[in-house]
Design a protein around this ligand. Structure first.
Ligand code: 4NP
Length: 154
């Protein structure tokens, strides 16, 4: 496996992409895949902040600590650093393409989800509004992505 750097991207880098990063890093460690995994946001709105409360909580419920992650904005140099750039929704993908990123995948393309966009928990009012299903979608898609990277089919 020669291509091994993965960047997960959402808007704020505080809700969805830190969850994807946390799940991917956990699988990477358990399966010793040798991947380099990071996440970023297309905006700088939450630069330096920890992930949102609900994402930290749902990750913790699955044994994953993302509380030390800090938000950062996508940079132009990420175009040459990362082999796989995985956007959480179509608007993230469009924003990346405007920056000159090519071959951006949608996370929802993996694991056969009808809706290719990962819903944004930032707009949920309570913890029970859907973060659990967002987590499940992210976990299934990340598992599939890593399996496909590992077997060379993506
Ligand atoms: P994320 O969610 O892109 O999954 O991190 C959001 C976080 C912050 C905002 C929007 C979405 N915001 O408008 O500040």
């Amino acid at each position: 496996m020669s291509k091994k750097n993965i960047l997960f991207v959402c808007l704020g880098n505080i809700c969805r992409s830190p969850l994807a990063e946390g799940v991917a890093k956990t699988i990477n460690q358990k399966q010793d895949l040798g991947l380099i995994i990071d996440s970023a946001g297309t905006s700088a709105w939450h630069e330096g902040e920890i992930p949102c409360e609900d994402s930290i909580r749902i990750a913790k419920m699955h044994g994953i600590d993302i509380s030390k992650f800090r938000a950062r904005q996508v940079q132009m140099k990420d175009r040459t650093i990362f082999d796989y750039v995985i956007a959480m929704d179509k608007s993230n993908k469009e924003n990346l393409e405007k920056m000159g990123f090519t071959d951006v995948y949608l996370l929802g393309e993996f694991a056969n989800y009808d809706c290719k966009d990962v819903p944004d928990p930032y707009f949920f009012e309570t913890f029970d509004d859907g973060i659990k299903s967002v987590y499940i979608m992210i976990e299934q898609c990340v598992k599939d992505l890593l399996k496909r990277i590992n077997n060379g089919s993506v």
